[in-house]
Write a protein that binds this ligand. Sequence first.
Ligand SMILES: Nc1nc2c(c(=O)[nH]1)N[C@@H](CN(C=O)c1ccc(C(=O)N[C@@H](CCC(=O)O)C(=O)O)cc1)CN2
Length: 300
Amino acid sequence: MAATVIDGKAFAAKVRGQVAEHVARLKEEHGITPGLAVVLVGEDPASQVYVRSKGKSTVEVGMNSFEHKLDADTPEADLLALIDQLNNDPKVHGILVQLPLPKHLDEDLVINSIAPEKDVDGFHISNVGLLGTGQKSMVPCTPLGCLMMLRAHHGSLSGLDAVVIGRSNIVGKPMAQLLLGDSCTVTIAHSRTKDLPDVVRRADIVVAAVGRPEMVPGDWIKEGATVIDVGINRIDAPEKGEGKTRLVGDVEYASAAERAGAITPVPGGVGPMTIACLLANTVTAACRASNLAEPEGLTA
Ligand SMILES: Nc1nc2c(c(=O)[nH]1)N[C@@H](CN(C=O)c1ccc(C(=O)N[C@@H](CCC(=O)O)C(=O)O)cc1)CN2
């Protein structure tokens, strides 16, 4: 039977709608307008697109957007001074530094200089520790988006075998923590994993987050499994004409869709959920800052 396609674009639109409703309520009942500050250092073309999209989506749901664009050679001290200023600005409830940063900047130092309660990316070491110990934290946007789609598809995830392929701090590790929090039996696989095909074949849920185009062939997928493809890889597409490219995930979509019960496409799967969850985290941060009830269904 053909797999159900999990439409991340439609799901993200629904999440943005819920965020907009909550923002309207915060404004009306408490006079609070959540604000998100996005910091971009340098001119990486993909980062520029993502930052523009974050600013636009922020305004569309009724929140304040503060964009800070810094030159690629900005000294670390200047970036840290800006973050300090944003940490102390009551109009700013969420702060995000777009990654990757130029090489001369220490990513860990920069991320850990963001006030943890404003760290809407959930990358600060305090939030990593809170998530790892099952406490209330800011949850990284991409894994949060994956979790929301999995919960919507399955209802309960309890007892399911999940494999996360990839061990990055941004996706793989927090994804594994979230699945564990929902009582899955979790395996984190990576480049040194022995018998990766067999490990994947046992999984009810496969989350692929390695950044290698189509590295998971369809015949690794168990019949009926749910496949969440986090990869966004641009590859040459000579069939579309000279110099043309197309986006593919980490999973061979067509063959995996023949065996999976449900699957996210690329593009239009996990990607759009990343920005929707960023907005959700910002409204959550604004609620927490004023000790107000958090929006239901928008946190882990
Ligand atoms: N500070 C952060 N930096 C980065 C993050 C992050 O979560 N926080 N994630 C990525 C980039 N990213 C958001 O910042 C992001 C990537 C992809 C998408 C998306 O919607 N992708 C589309 C395809 C887009 C295209 O055509 O190129 C899709 O998958 O459908 C949104 C956000 C790294 N940096």
